[in-house]
Write a protein that binds this ligand. Structure first.
Ligand SMILES: Nc1nc2c(ncn2[C@@H]2O[C@H](COP(=O)(O)OP(=O)(O)OP(=O)(O)O)[C@@H](O)[C@H]2O)c(=O)[nH]1
Ligand SMILES: [Mg+2]
Ligand SMILES: [Zn+2]
Length: 363
């Protein structure tokens, strides 16, 4: 599976990924009773501890205080991260280093603030769920696809619960998604009835990690259980309108037969964008291509004269909905970038103020 090198566009993400490992290393010499050090994968994250997967078993591990206090949400290990940890004779594990991420699925955290939230690290393929019959929303899928591409992850749209609709309706839904997201693979499956799960085989290769994203009740955990051949994740009932009840409450990493690792996530309907660049360019590759013909290199495809993108939307060769969404996502990313810039400025001002007060008080 060709997965491109991870080169996040956003300076915050880049900085946090480039953070040299030694800053995260506690003083191993002084770690009491440390007898062994190992490379383990983060399977679950709690406030001050992690669950690490090692030789097929889960181990609770403590996080160094420096990481717990770190204000950068991307600095803390997330599900899918590889860490180094030392083990005391009483099976007490302490994380000493976090490896740089190969890929990362990062969204804007829910709420008013501009904060990043890591959904999963070191993922190769993102399965973007949209449940049939009536929750297939190409715009929502485009956001998820942009998020995946942005983090160096290959998106694959999974139309789930296909047993609930006739075949013609399934084909129509596939055509709709493919029309809106050219170049993104789209398959329809039923995890309950074994319908078409084989269609996922091209992405379930040994040594790959897949992450499952999408609304509650879409059947993400049901697919995990089918692939595992056992009930490893609880699954929920859906209400009359087909919506789920948020059965999965924590992101969890599970090893499947065939050396495939899967990250199951709690249901999300809409995701907020954190960084843009590469993700947009992939999802809206046609707009990027048209833009090369705009008169101005920095054309916003708004009111500028000689805009090739708007011209294409006017004559109908470009779906105006896609142009509208392109604008919406651009604005969102620009807002996140401005907010992060502002937060940093305030932090710098704050630390300058503290220094000045200390100087005046003669500390
Ligand atoms: N008919 C049908 N029902 C399904 C299918 N897959 C899952 N379901 C049902 O949908 C309900 C929700 O499934 P889950 O696997 O818990 O959904 P989820 O996406 O993990 O939901 P959250 O954990 O809440 O995000 C369960 O009752 C499943 O039995 C399917 O392919 N066909
Ligand atoms: Mg679930
Ligand atoms: Zn333009």
């Amino acid at each position: 599976m060709p997965v491109r090198d991870y080169a996040p566009a956003h300076p915050v993400l880049r900085a946090s990924l480039a953070r040299p490992t030694p800053t995260l290393v506690t003083n191993i010499e002084s770690a009491p009773f440390s007898t062994a050090s190992a490379r383990l994968r983060v399977a679950a994250v709690h406030r001050t501890s992690l669950e690490l997967l090692h030789d097929g078993a889960l181990h609770a591990a403590r996080l160094p205080a420096s990481l717990i206090r770190d204000p950068d949400p991307l600095a803390r290990p997330g599900v899918g991260d590889w860490v180094t940890a030392t083990r005391a004779p009483n099976d007490d594990w302490q994380v000493t280093a976090v490896e740089p991420r190969r890929t990362a699925l990062v969204r804007r955290a829910a709420g008013e603030d501009a904060r990043a939230q890591m959904l999963a690290a070191n993922v190769d393929v993102g399965l973007l769920f949209a449940p049939l019959p009536d929750d297939v929303n190409p715009r929502r899928l485009a956001r998820l696809a942009a998020l995946a591409f942005e983090g160096g992850i290959l998106p694959v749209v999974v139309l789930s619960r296909r047993d609930l609709v006739p075949d013609e309706a399934v084909q129509a839904a596939i055509r709709e998604v493919e029309g809106y997201l050219p170049g993104v693979p789209c398959v329809a499956i039923s995890a309950l009835r074994d319908g078409g799960v084989d269609a996922l085989a091209p992405w379930l290769r040994p040594a790959t990690t897949i992450a499952l994203l999408g609304p509650s009740g879409a059947g993400k955990s049901t697919l995990v259980n089918r692939l595992a051949g056992a009930v490893v994740m609880p699954t929920g009932v859906t209400s009359g309108d087909g919506h789920g009840r948020h059965t999965t409450t924590h992101r969890a990493l599970i090893l499947l037969p065939g050396d495939v690792t899967v990250v199951d996530t709690p249901g999300v309907r809409e995701v907020g964008m954190w960084t843009g660049g590469v993700g947009h360019e992939h999802v809206f590759a046609d707009i990027a291509a048209l833009a090369t013909h705009c008169r101005f290199a920095d054309c916003a495809h708004d009111t500028e004269p000689g805009c090739a993108v708007r011209a294409a939307a006017d004559v109908g060769t470009l779906d105006p909905d896609r142009l509208a969404q392109w604008r919406e996502l651009q604005r969102e990313v620009a807002w996140a970038e401005r907010s992060v810039h502002e937060q940093r400025r305030m932090q710098r001002l704050g630390s300058r103020l503290v220094k000045e007060v200390k100087r005046q008080k003669g500390y």
